[in-house]
Design a protein around this ligand. Structure first.
Ligand code: ADP
Length: 564
């Protein structure tokens, strides 16, 4: 800015200087010409008297070197009335042609006097002349070469240049000082407090505008900060991972859940997402969303499965970036998988008894069964049908538990339920020569009676089914440490190998399939037990040693902590 002001002042000063020079030269020239004309006319008058009195002798004396150089500059020409040149102070008369046709001569002859200006071909010189008719009818002409303005200027070039250089240097110095003094108050302006400045009055509107804009910017910043805090508060507490990316896939914002998911910190802000997660699929999904608007993928990180949605963010119709949302779907995915497996297993489990029933029925229908074998075939149909009923019942129970149906809850005495389950199974136990006993006492459990009955029934039933001849099953009730109820069902049966301890609670898992089927098992009993325990927030534990027996214990929480 200082430079600009300096240049402007200097330019103005130099322009003024040049204009002044031109005007002064013009004025000087006019003045000089007027003085010269006057002098010339006086000289002509004097010379006229001289010639009239002394003839050419006077002129010859004039032509000889003169003490005053100024007179030597004049050219005097004496012309006869027929135009013949009688005398010339500068050129020998023989060399001069007849001047009778010269305008000034003709005019002087007719009017007595004439005068004018004649330019040379180059226009750098002009000739000023006056002519006068003398008493004898001859004409005396005086002329002088006069320089034009340009020639005059050229003649004065040296002093002009000197003056110009001096003026330019002075102007430069002044311009420099002025520029600095103009700019100094501007440099001192405190734009943080625009209204407190009093540099130039002309700046007041500008400073007022700056002050207004400051206030607007501050208000906008406050609003922006508020929105950012609001956004951060929302995203901080989000359990889903949220990442905002710009159109070059650089991280703009990443919430704590996403930081945990991608094992990164806030240092990743501003970096490319590729630096946060190198996964090809996820980076491809971001690119696809950026170009196409939306994409989603499933990705596994740290043994957990995530559903990742990437959506394009647009601003003024163009893609401005993407937002990435990651949902933890591990449980959901596992549930989907087990549902698929369950469906496949159910179909298989239902098909087997149905095929058996169908086969036996067809044989019977076509009369292909001997009379004495009919009861056996009918028995098969009955057993398989019973298995189907048991299977369907178990599936219904499981689906009820899966859906978490809200059944009426009440105070349930486990002893009463254990007794009635034992009674219902006593006949079957006797068939297998297994004895059942229910011992101890337990505090009441607040729960669903039918579910709790089924839990005890299944555990005692398994104790019988997987027992040995002369074995025992004991349902032992007691108070748990926390004040809840505890039930342990212990048998002296075949036991479960350690590698299957966790698997026996899976749906349709059986250690020995043929034994399970032979004893009417569906493979769902322990799975139902596990769900019922979960439904009542009870803890389920299995202890088993092959060849020695099995003990499964269920510990119910005290009623006030059970949450039921
Ligand atoms: P199932 O209808 O076949 O009995 P369960 O879900 O009740 O199905 O049990 C799963 C498997 O666990 C059984 O097939 C059996 O192999 C094993 N099992 C369950 N309870 C016992 C037990 N008390 N003693 C030995 N094995 C058992």
């Amino acid at each position: 800015m200082t430079k600009k002001i300096f240049r402007a002042i200097l330019l103005a000063a130099v322009s003024v200087l040049l204009a002044s020079l031109v005007i002064i030269l013009g004025c000087l020239y006019d003045y000089y010409r007027a003085v010269q004309e006057k002098q010339l006319q006086d000289e002509l008058r004097l010379a006229s008297y001289g010639v009239e009195a002394g003839g050419s002798g006077y002129l010859e004396r004039l032509a000889s070197p003169h003490p005053f150089q100024a007179i030597a500059d004049y050219r005097l020409t004496w012309i006869a009335d027929d135009g013949t040149v009688l005398f010339d102070t500068h050129v020998p008369v023989e060399e001069l042609e007849n001047h009778g046709d010269r305008a000034e001569v003709r005019e002087a002859l007719s009017n007595g006097e004439s005068g004018g200006v004649r330019y040379s071909a180059t226009l750098t010189q002009r000739t000023l002349y006056f002519a006068r008719r003398l008493a004898d009818g001859t004409v005396l002409r005086i002329s002088i070469s006069q320089l034009t303005v340009f020639a005059l200027a050229m003649g004065m070039l040296q002093p002009i240049l000197l003056t110009a250089v001096l003026a330019a240097v002075l102007s430069a110095l002044l311009a420099h000082r002025m520029a600095k003094s103009i700019v100094a108050p501007l440099n001192r302006l405190d734009l943080d407090k625009p209204l407190e400045n009093d540099a130039y009055e002309e700046l007041s509107p500008l400073l007022g505008r700056i002050h207004q804009q400051h206030r607007q910017i501050e208000a906008q910043l406050r609003e922006l900060r508020r929105k950012t805090e609001e956004f951060e508060q929302i995203t901080e507490n989000l359990s889903e991972g949220l990442v905002l990316l710009d159109k070059k896939s650089r991280v703009l914002s990443i919430n704590p859940a996403a930081r945990r998911l991608f094992h990164t910190g806030s240092a990743c802000i501003g970096k490319e997402f590729l630096m946060v997660d190198r996964g090809h699929e996820i980076n491809l999904a971001i690119q696809t969303a950026l170009e196409g608007g939306y994409s989603e993928i499933r990705a596994v990180r740290d043994d957990r499965e995530y559903q990742i949605h990437v959506s394009q963010i647009t601003a003024e119709g163009a893609a401005a970036g993407t937002v990435l949302l990651a949902f933890d779907v591990t449980e959901q995915a596992a549930a989907e998988r087990s549902r698929r497996e369950f469906t496949a297993n159910v179909s298989h489990e239902l098909k087997t008894p149905l095929q058996s029933i169908l086969g036996s029925a067809e044989l019977l229908e076509n009369g292909l069964v001997k009379q004495e074998d009919i009861p056996r075939f009918v028995g098969v149909i009955r057993t398989e049908a019973a298995r189907l009923v048991a299977l369907v019942e178990d599936i219904i129970h499981l689906s009820q538990l899966d859906e978490g149906v809200a059944l009426p809850k009440e105070q349930v005495e486990l002893l009463e339920l254990a007794d009635s389950a034992a009674s219902a199974l006593r006949e079957r136990a006797e068939e297998r020569r297994v004895s059942i006993a229910v011992t101890g006492q337990a505090p009441p459990v607040y729960g669903v009676r039918s579910f709790l009955y089924e839990l005890l029934y299944n555990l005692i039933d398994n104790g019988i089914k997987y027992n040995v001849d002369g074995g025992t099953v004991e349902a032992m009730l007691s108070a748990a440490d926390g004040g809840g109820a505890c039930v342990r069902v212990r048998d002296t049966g075949i036991g479960i190998p350690p590698e299957y301890h966790s698997r026996v609670f899976e749906r349709f898992f059986r250690v020995d399939k043929s034994r399970s089927k032979a004893s009417g098992g569906t493979g769902l009993g322990l799975s139902i037990v596990k769900h019922i325990a979960q439904y009542h927030h009870a803890e389920l534990t299995l202890h088993s040693t092959p060849g020695e027996g099995t003990e499964i214990s269920v510990v119910f929480p005290a009623p006030e902590t059970s949450g039921l």
